[in-house]
Design a protein around this ligand. Structure first.
Ligand SMILES: Cc1cc2nc3c(=O)[nH]c(=O)nc-3n(C[C@H](O)[C@H](O)[C@H](O)COP(=O)(O)OP(=O)(O)OC[C@H]3O[C@@H](n4cnc5c(N)ncnc54)[C@H](O)[C@@H]3O)c2cc1C
Length: 387
């Protein structure tokens, strides 16, 4: 039995849920398929919090963040729910920073986004929780915010359904076949769906889904980890006194103020071992917890000890730019991968994928994210994952 559907979205994490929402909101006939239960913790869109920020190393990304803030605001309005908690953000550039602060300041200026550059003493004065090595420069952007990962994804699912999308979970896509003008066949749950357009938002499992289209992308999945610390004085880490922060050293770390509980979340960015979506474990690595604890013991001495740690997946492109756009060789198929920094953009990525799937074009410059850009076709020997 083949069921005709206009649009099929594979994967209902943040990206797929946002895409189903944007398509359904535009009146399209959408079927979203998820292999696990909605809200599961096996991918990249679970847990409490994600960073939404303007401060990025290229003008293109900063421009995309401006759209992201607007898309989160319109989702909040339509859902009647507060999702964005502005707390301010502090990027910390030590002497050996992997990205020069001028990349960020230049990109922010190019988009008229206000910011402040703080000398070490100014950082110390404004945020006495930090103990920083000499020469560390701070870049403060007051609009940096926290968005809820699991709850935000759920809200997009609810809005998609409210606009008529069918979302089916525990329904793994096992094969896709391009039938040219007839559309694309998608096998799932013992059923075949023939769709006019296919959107693949399968993150760590992307290459498995694209097998049927004979496409393989140079993606690497890593098992990332974050820890919650219990400060003796949580008030000192509360929003208003403590910003979001990102340390852009050789080893990169980032952290949040208290959010919904009297703990402080901190993690190393991009330090995890290579895994697959199915081979990964859920057991936090004590060595990696200790590495983060050592860093914050030096840099945020009042933060206390870790009380729990969890794991999560990054799926990375060679230079850690997104992959977003048509699947090479298949004009009816589109895909997106967030490269470990996509959640903040999810309502926007969903909207852009919906525009691409419905009109073949979109309202943002996605040229840098093409799936057939040079590094995706001929990946460099060494990955460049600093963002
Ligand atoms: C620890 C951590 C911290 C992060 N912090 C930030 C941050 O602060 N800010 C930020 O912007 N980003 C951050 N990110 C990145 C961000 O969370 C991801 O880029 C984003 O969640 C990716 O969403 P996704 O929908 O593409 O992936 P996922 O949520 O993994 O969704 C993919 C879905 O596809 C489903 N699927 C796969 N194969 C199939 C199939 N065959 N059939 C049906 N369904 C299938 C999977 O089950 C899954 O649900 C972080 C990520 C991690 C891991």
């Amino acid at each position: 039995m083949v069921e005709q559907v206009e649009y099929v979205v594979v994967g209902l994490g943040a990206f797929g849920s946002a895409t189903a929402y944007a398509l359904a909101r535009g009146g399209a006939d959408v079927l979203g398929l998820e292999q696990f239960e909605l809200g599961h913790v096996r991918g990249a869109s679970h847990d409490t919090s994600r960073i939404l920020r303007h401060s990025y190393h290229t003008p293109g990304y900063v421009a995309l963040t401006v759209a992201a803030y607007d898309d989160w605001a319109s989702l909040e309005r339509e859902a009647g729910e507060r999702l964005v908690t502005v707390v301010g953000g502090l990027d910390l550039f030590p002497a050996e920073a992997t990205v020069p602060v001028t990349d960020h300041t230049g990109s922010l200026s190019a988009n008229d986004v206000p910011y402040e550059v703080l000398e070490p003493s100014e950082v110390q004065q404004r945020f006495p929780q930090f103990v920083l090595p000499p020469g560390t420069v701070g870049l403060y952007q007051q609009r940096a915010a926290i968005v809820p990962a699991a709850r935000g994804t759920q809200t997009m699912q609810q809005m998609a359904r409210a606009h008529g999308a069918r979302l089916q979970d525990r329904c793994a896509v096992t094969a896709v076949r391009d039938r040219g003008d007839a559309g694309i066949d998608v096998d799932a749950g013992g059923q075949t769906y023939r769709c006019r357009r296919l959107v693949v938002c399968a993150d760590a499992w992307t290459n498995r889904v694209l097998e049927g289209l004979d496409v393989r992308l140079p993606l690497k999945t890593t098992q990332e980890q974050f820890s919650y610390f219990a400060p003796a004085d949580p008030a000192a880490f509360a929003p208003g006194r403590m910003p979001l922060w990102i340390w852009l050293g050789e080893q990169s770390f980032y952290g949040f103020p208290c959010y919904g509980e009297a703990t402080v979340k901190v993690a190393q960015d991009c330090g995890g071992p290579p895994v697959t979506g199915d081979s990964r474990s859920f057991d936090p690595d004590p060595g990696r917890e200790a590495l983060v604890a050592d860093f914050v013991a030096r840099t945020l001495p009042g933060i206390g000890r870790p009380v729990r740690s969890k794991t999560c997946l990054y799926t990375l492109t060679p230079e850690r730019d997104f992959a977003l756009g048509p699947v090479p060789g298949h004009s009816a198929a589109f895909a997106a991968i967030g490269a470990g920094h996509g959640f903040k953009f999810s309502p926007t990525i969903g909207r852009l994928l919906a525009e691409l799937a419905t009109t073949g074009e979109c309202t943002a410059d996605i040229g840098p994210f093409r799936l057939d850009r040079p590094v995706m076709v001929d990946p460099p020997p060494v990955d460049e994952w600093a963002v």
